[in-house]
Every structure is written in C-alpha cells, then in structure tokens.
Design a protein around this ligand. Structure first.
Ligand code: ZN
Ligand code: ZN
Length: 393
C-alpha cells in the first residue's frame, strides 16, 4: 500500500499519485496506475476544479486515460496520454519544463513508471507499483544515453512492498497463474455443481489473474457490483467479470450466506487464497501452492517486485538516493529496518561507482564485493522491440 505523499522534491511543481493537501499547489500531475492507494484526492471537487479552472494537465498511460474517462468524464479534457517508452516534454509552469518517459511497470494493465529528466540535470525514476523480471530491466532504451551507457540516476522513488530478504524471490506470475488455473479446473471440471471461492486479500489488483482465469477456464469471475464497476472500467477486462453468479463456477463476490455465495453449495466449495505473505522466508521447496489442514488452498502470487527484483533495478541504475514509497504505518521497527536495508544498497552501489572511477582500464568483478553478475554498463546492440515477458500476456 503506497504511503508516498506525492511531491518529487527534486522537481518542484509536479505531483505523482497524490492529489490532495499540498499537492493542490502543483501545476502538473502524473498518475502511474489506477489503484485507489495511488489516487488519493483525484475524486475530490477541489482537485478537479483546480485542474479545470487553472487549465492543468494530468498525465497518464493510454489504458489509465481510458479508465479515467469512464470514471471522471468531467476532467477528460485535462487528462493527457503519454506514449510508452518515448520521451515527452511536459510544461510544469511558464519557464520550467521536464522530460518524462513512461516505462511499462508490469503491475496491472496500464501501469507505468515515470523517468523524469530536467534541464537542471536531475534524473529521477518513480516506479509506482512495479514488477519486472530482473533480465528485462536492462532492455529499456530510455535508461541509456547516445553512447549506449546507462544514464546516471539521482534518485529512485521505489515500490518497497516486498523489499525484504523475507521475500528474496517470488514465483513468476505466469507460474502462479498456471497453478491457480490448474487448481480451479481440477475442481470445476469434476462436477458442474462444484464452485471455487477466490478469497483475495486486497479489494483490487487481480486484473491479470482474472484475465488469465477467463482465458484458461473460459469462465468469468462472479464479483459484487462495486468490483464489477471497477474492473469493467478496464477496456481489456470487459468479459472477465460478471455480476450474474449463475453464469460461472468461480466466485469473488460478497459471500452472503455466511461464507458462501448464494449460487454455491457450501459442500461443493473449494477455497483458494492468493497471497505472497504466507511464503515469507521460504525458498519454495514446498512448491508455490499448498493446502492447509482445513482444506483451504493457497497460491503464492505477487504483482509487486521481489527483493531480488528490486535490488536488480537498484544494481542496474545505481542511484545516488532512494525514497521508500511503501511504509508500514503501524510498524516503526519495520520502517527502520527498511531504511537500513536501503542504506546498505546505496553504500553497495556507490562503492561500485567509486571502484569504477578508480579502475578505468580493467573490468572489475562485482562478485568480489558480494553481489551477483557484473552489470553491463553498455546496452547490447540488439533490438528489444519493447517486448517484455514481465507482465503475463
Ligand atoms: Zn497498485
Ligand atoms: Zn458468487
């Protein structure tokens, strides 16, 4: 859950993913993706009036623009789509412009990271929520200069949801979703009266899961009206959810009779929970799914980067500073531990930078200082074509 307050200190006048309080003084706005914890204030009269009366712009990806158009038609003239993986120049106020490049974040449909570059020489990456395979991070052209060298980055505003050695690695989403669909089909094909209850921790954020279920199990997921209204805003999800429980054996609705949807027989119910938290500290030797003594199934699934994926991003970009965007409001000790981890990462990458300057002639081994493969500073001369296997497709 994002706790970022919206202000990018290094670029006065812009706000990202927060639209209330002091953000109302900003003159250009950015939204990384349409999840409610990144949209605080966006629905308020004060923000929307400010956009309209001051003729200001909210910059988003094309999928997010489509969602916002359905959600808030009154501000659609102030919503502008940014192309993906292309640099756009955005006016912040009269004498101040900033270049911004949207990078696919692989978190949900339309989710992007923003790479901001100012003519004052700051370069800032705001990740929003992201999940990108470690090997894909080096594929984005916007991270390289004209000499094919990785551009120096001053600061990363980082999704730290799973930035902890407890979540060192997480299964690839495609593997998790294959497992989920297998568990669903094993049960639903056994008897047409069998039903699956998807017991999901968060209210939203299962776009890819529902899409994959529809593609593989050929059934929509029964959801309540509120969730239907949200998911059906996303153009590519039109058929993946339904409010008619009779139409499907898969349910993520409000479970009316105690724990069971009225369309399900509780004696013919398989409960499946999607979560990554249950696996903390685990190396997945016991698999990416399991069943407990009550017969409830669990599948490890994450739309946020694992610790290794977060570190791979840091290792590649070697920022001078990192801002933690996900703090736990009720866990001060956890937040201190997070700051210590982040400091360690910064020390590590800064040592690498220092070492690079000291030894200009010989290629050093990063392994000598205890971390993985040496990073290729130069981009391979290959066309990535923008094809990423990070988000399941
Ligand atoms: Zn999100
Ligand atoms: Zn139902």
């Amino acid at each position: 859950m994002s706790t970022f307050e919206g202000i990018i200190k290094e670029i006065p006048g812009i706000s990202v993913d927060r639209f209330d309080g002091k953000n109302l003084n900003s003159t250009a706005f950015f939204l990384s993706h349409c999840h409610s914890d990144h949209m605080s204030g966006l629905n308020t009269v004060s923000f929307q009036n400010k956009l309209i009366t001051d003729n200001l712009t909210l910059y988003v990806s094309s999928v997010s623009a489509e969602i916002l158009k359905r959600l808030y038609p009154e501000i659609q003239k102030n919503v502008q789509t940014l192309p993906v993986e292309q640099c756009s120049v955005v006016k912040v106020h009269n004498e101040w412009h900033v270049s911004v490049t949207c990078i696919p974040a692989g978190h949900c449909p339309g989710s992007v990271m923003f790479l901001f570059e100012t003519n004052h020489g700051s370069r800032i990456l705001y990740t929003g929520d992201f999940r990108i395979n470690t090997e894909d991070i080096t594929k984005f052209k916007c991270f390289y200069d004209k000499f094919n060298e990785v551009k120096p980055v001053d600061k990363i505003y980082l999704d730290t949801t799973f930035f902890s050695p407890l979540y060192s690695s997480l299964p690839k989403r495609q593997d998790s979703l294959d497992e989920l669909c297998k568990l669903i089909l094993n049960w639903t094909t056994l008897d047409p009266a069998n039903c699956v209850k998807l017991d999901l921790r968060a209210k939203y954020g299962y776009e890819y899961a529902f899409k994959e279920i529809f593609a593989k199990c050929k059934m929509p997921v029964h959801v309540d009206q509120e969730k239907f209204n949200f998911y059906s805003l996303i153009p590519e999800m039109d058929e993946c959810v339904t409010t008619n429980g009779n139409e499907t054996q898969i349910h993520n609705c409000k479970f009316i009779q105690k724990d069971v949807c009225v369309f399900c027989n509780k004696d013919k119910l398989r409960i499946i929970r999607l979560s990554a938290f249950r696996w903390h500290g685990d190396d997945f030797t016991r698999g990416i799914s399991e069943v407990d003594s009550e017969g409830v199934f669990y599948v490890c699934y994450s739309t946020h980067a694992s610790y290794q994926e977060g570190r791979a991003l840091i290792n590649f970009l070697r920022p001078k500073d990192i801002h933690v965007c996900v703090k736990e409001p009720n866990n001060p000790d956890g937040n201190v531990a997070m700051e210590i981890l982040i400091k360690k990462e910064l020390d590590r990458v800064n040592r690498i930078e220092k070492k690079k300057v000291e030894s200009t002639n010989k290629l050093f081994s990063i392994e000598q200082i205890g971390w993985g493969e040496p990073r290729k500073r130069s981009r391979k001369n290959e066309d990535s074509g923008g094809v990423l296997d990070s988000p399941p497709r």
